[in-house]
Write a protein that binds this ligand. Sequence first.
Ligand code: TYD
Ligand code: MG
Length: 454
Amino acid sequence: MAKDKNLFVCQSCGAAYPKWQGRCDACGEWNTLTEETPVQRGPGPAAKAGGGRRVEFVGLKGHSAPPPRIPTGIAELDRVLGGGLVAASAILVGGDPGIGKSTILLQAAARVASAGRRVLYVSGEEAVEQVRLRAARLGLTDSPMALAAATSLRDIIASLEQESDAALVVIDSIQTVWLDALDSAPGTVAQVRACAAELIRLAKARGFAIVLVGHVTKEGTLAGPRVLEHMVDATLYFEGDRGHQFRILRAVKNRFGATDEIGVFEMTGTGLVEVANPSALFLAERRGNVSGSAVFAGIEGTRPVLVEVQALLSPSSGGSPRRQVVGWDSGRLSMLMAVLESRCGLSLGQNDVYLNIAGGLRIAEPAADLAVAAALVSAATDRPTDPDRVYFGEVGLSGEVRQVAQAEARLREAAKLGFGRATLPRRVARGGKAPSAPDGIALTETGHMADLVA
Ligand code: TYD
Ligand code: MG
C-alpha cells in the first residue's frame, strides 16, 4: 500500500488539499490550512470481495416506542431539546467562549444527577478545583454527579467503558480531547473528528446521552467541528452578547424535535436562570415616544416573542453610506430600503442606516419586514410610532404586504403584554381566514407599504 501522504486540512470547513496554500478555496478563509496525517481508512476495496451479511429491509408500518427521554429539569433547555435528552444520542453545544456553555451544562448535569441518574462530567478546559468553585457559586455542591479533568481520549474511553449505568456524559470541550495515534494537534479537524466519532460510538453502544461542547470561531462556525454537525443528533447554539445578560439557546439541528426552537436565559450572579416570559424581558427597556422604534410580534420556534426593532439614520460623512445591522439580515435591510425609496417615495438617500434588534435576539423571519419598515419610516420622518402597537408582515418587492403564519398567536402574545393595536397584512380574498383578534386589540390591515408611510 502506498504510504499515506500528509494532507493540508482547512480548520474552518474541513476541505483537504495536497499542498499548502494561503487561502482555502472552499470557504475563502485565510491561513486556516494545517498539515494533518490522514486517518486510516477501513478495508476499502476489500468490501467488494464479499463476506458481508444480508441486510434486512422492513416496511414503514410497525410499532416503535418514542425514544426514552431524560428531563434535564431546566424547562427552557428541555424544550429546545424537544422534551429532554434522548438516551443514546449525541448533542453538540456550540457558542462563543464565555457565553455560558459550561455553566448551563453543569447546572443540567447536576439536576440530572440529583434526580438519581449517573452523570459524568469530563472537563478538559478547567481543573477540578475550578469546576468545584463554579459549582459552589451555583449552589450545586450537593449534587452526586461525578467530575473528572481529562483530555486523553484513551483515558476517557477506558473510564467510560467501566461505567455500567451512565445516563449522561458531558465532554467540555471536544477541542481539548486528543488521540495520541494522530499526529495533529488537539482541536484540529482530524483530532476533533476522530475523538467525537469514538465517543459517539460508545454512547450509542452503551445507551448514554453524550453532550459535546464545541467552541465557535469569530465567524460564527464551530471551529473545525463544522464536520461534527452531521455526526451528532442535535446541534444547539448558545447565542447572545457577552455584554448583555440574555442568552439564547437555539436548536439548529434536532433529529428528535423541532429546530428553530429557542430557550431564553438570563446570566445572573448565580448562574443561568430561565426566562419564562421573554417578550416582557426584551421589551423591558423600551422607551416610548422616541422615533425609530417599532415592536415586532415574532414567532421563534413554537413560541411568540415580541421584540423592539430600532433604526437610526444619520447624515453620511461622505463616501458610500454605512449600513450596520445587528440581529437581522443586512441583505433584507437593503431590499426594504430600496422598496421604501422606489415604491413609497421615501428618501433615505445619503444617510448612514443602523438597525438593531434590542436584547440580542437574532431574527430570521421575513415577517419582521413590516416592523423594520415602520422603524425606518419613523426614523426618517422623526415621528415616533404608536407605542401601543405591534407590527408583523412580509414585504414584497412591489411594496405589497404579504401574509405570514400564526397571526393569531402573535396577536394573543401582544394582547397578553398589554398592547392595544396591531398592524398586519390585509386579509386576502382567496380564502385567507381572518385572524380573530383577541379582546382589546384593534387591527389595522395594510395591503401596501405606502399605507405605512402615509
Ligand atoms: P462559562 O460557562 O464558563 O462559558 P463557556 O463555557 O461558554 O466558555 O461562562 C463564563 C461566564 O459567565 C463568565 O464570564 C462569568 C459568567 N458567570 C456569571 O455571570 N455567573 C455565574 O454564576 C457563572 C458561573 C458565570
Ligand atoms: Mg467552558
